[in-house]
Write a protein that binds this ligand. Structure first.
Ligand code: ADP
Ligand code: ASP
Ligand code: MG
Length: 401
């Protein structure tokens, strides 16, 4: 089998952990598998590098930030290769530009265009274990790029897709995907299987266990994905196209996203073109809008509220402030004290009352809902940030106890 195995930051945080992971890799190799390993930076390295940058220049160019951030993963692959060398294993480490992993030009959030397999194949043909840096690539003009926080999962899936690997295993510090963050939610249950679609929603809605683009890519290329523990040797959660829902669970998970802010555009004219003016201004600045709520007409006026990512709030606010005359509103409000809590499940397609059950849990806990948005397989609510953890717990209790 050709295995692509990705180990996250916590799994390679120190020398002991690197040695243990090297043992897992060596065992898989000695079982006769071809093994490509993708690694993240050790522990909090990426955060530490961001801090180091900020001490010197609070506003560095995105190019130089990528040069800096990509070093974390380079340290990991070198150390892991040394650990395997010490065990007598044939091994070679490769950075993103050595593979190369080609990306677009978007520093800090680059998209992978292709992964070249020539070098990887050469090394595998020589029966070497190949250790590749996650999170990084190289643009068409030879610049180092990074894929966005948590992006090593996507590197791993891209390598697996390019090599037509038999399996892509994401080793992390929990033993699979749970119905909610097992570190925060009491009674969270481990799932044996989850569909790509559900996992994609959970990841996009705040479950950090997988980078959302990694799941999207796995679905597109039919990569078999497994999330498993780097501490215990046992099967994890399979992410795949179709699953058998033996427990007949109505929802498969709950996620929380703190990176949300709300903007209210108050007192706009109730006439065609107003929403267009608001959202076109934001779209032109490439700001993504998520939940949108428009109030009903009162005396020819209404309000439009919506959410954006918290780190884009200031930019969005400034743009709308500058367009006040063009849009024609009486007030503009912004709040960062909100969070989005979502339930996800393919079961929603076939059973009714799931949203009502979620709202009942919130009502019982006296938690106020500010906004609601739904799609085929998810329901999201916007809440005061201070209630979000409790909300996840009470919703979880309602569905799973
Ligand atoms: P890595 O460093 O291995 O990439 P991450 O910290 O990115 O690890 O992701 C693993 C973490 O994701 C877990 O420690 C867990 O707290 C969190 N998490 C959030 N939601 C879930 C979920 N539904 N299932 C499992 N883990 C989750
Ligand atoms: N090291 C990067 C980060 O911390 C990428 C990753 O861990 O997936 O975001
Ligand atoms: Mg991660």
């Amino acid at each position: 089998m050709l295995l692509v195995q990705k180990f996250g930051g916590s799994s390679v945080a120190d020398a002991e952990k690197i040695k243990r992971v090297a043992g897992i890799i060596a065992d898989n190799y000695c079982d006769g598998n071809d093994v490509v390993v993708v690694l993240s930076a050790q522990g909090d390295t990426t955060d530490d590098l961001l801090e180091k940058a900020a001490e010197i220049n609070p506003n560095p160019s995105k190019r130089e930030l990528d040069v800096l951030l990509s070093t974390g993963e380079q340290i990991s692959v070198a150390l892991m290769s040394m650990a395997l060398e010490k065990m007598g294993m044939p091994v070679v480490s490769l950075t993103g530009w050595q593979v190369p992993v080609s990306t677009n030009f978007q520093h800090g959030n680059a998209r992978i265009r292709s992964v070249s397999t020539e070098r990887l194949r050469q090394e595998l043909d020589r029966r070497r274990i190949v250790i590749v840096t996650g999170f990084q690539g190289i643009s068409g003009t030879g610049e180092i790029t990074t894929l966005g926080r948590g992006g090593s999962d996507t590197s791993a899936v891209a390598v697996a897709a390019a090599l037509h690997a038999d399996k892509c295993q994401i080793y992390t510090d929990v033993d699979g995907v749970y119905t909610a963050d097992p570190r925060k939610v009491e009674g969270a249950r481990r799932l044996d299987e989850i569909t790509y679609d559900e996992m994609m929603e959970l990841a996009s809605l705040g479950a950090q266990v997988l980078h959302n683009r990694s799941v999207e890519m796995a679905k597109r290329y039919g990569v078999e994905l497994e999330v498993l523990s780097s501490y215990e040797r046992k099967p994890g959660t399979q992410v795949k196209e179709v699953v058998k829902n033996v427990e007949q669970m109505k929802i498969s998970g709950i996620a929380k996203d703190h990176n949300v802010a709300r903007i209210a555009v108050v007192g706009v004219k109730d006439e065609p073109g107003v929403a267009f003016k608001v959202f076109r201004s934001l779209a032109n600045a490439k700001i993504n809008v998520d939940i949108i709520l428009q109030s009903i007409d009162r005396n020819g006026l209404n309000d439009i509220s919506f959410t954006v990512a918290e780190d884009e709030l200031d930019k969005a606010f400034e743009i709308l402030k500058g367009r006040r005359d063009h849009i024609g509103y009486s007030d503009l409000f912004a709040s960062k004290n909100v969070a989005k809590v979502s339930i996800v499940g393919a079961g929603m397609l076939s059973s009714s009352g799931i949203a009502a059950t979620m709202f009942e849990a919130l009502s019982d806990a006296k938690i106020n809902i500010q906004m609601i948005s739904t799609s085929e397989i998810k329901v999201s609510v916007l809440l005061d940030e201070s209630c979000a953890d409790k909300a996840v717990q009470v919703i979880h209790n309602k569905f799973f106890n």
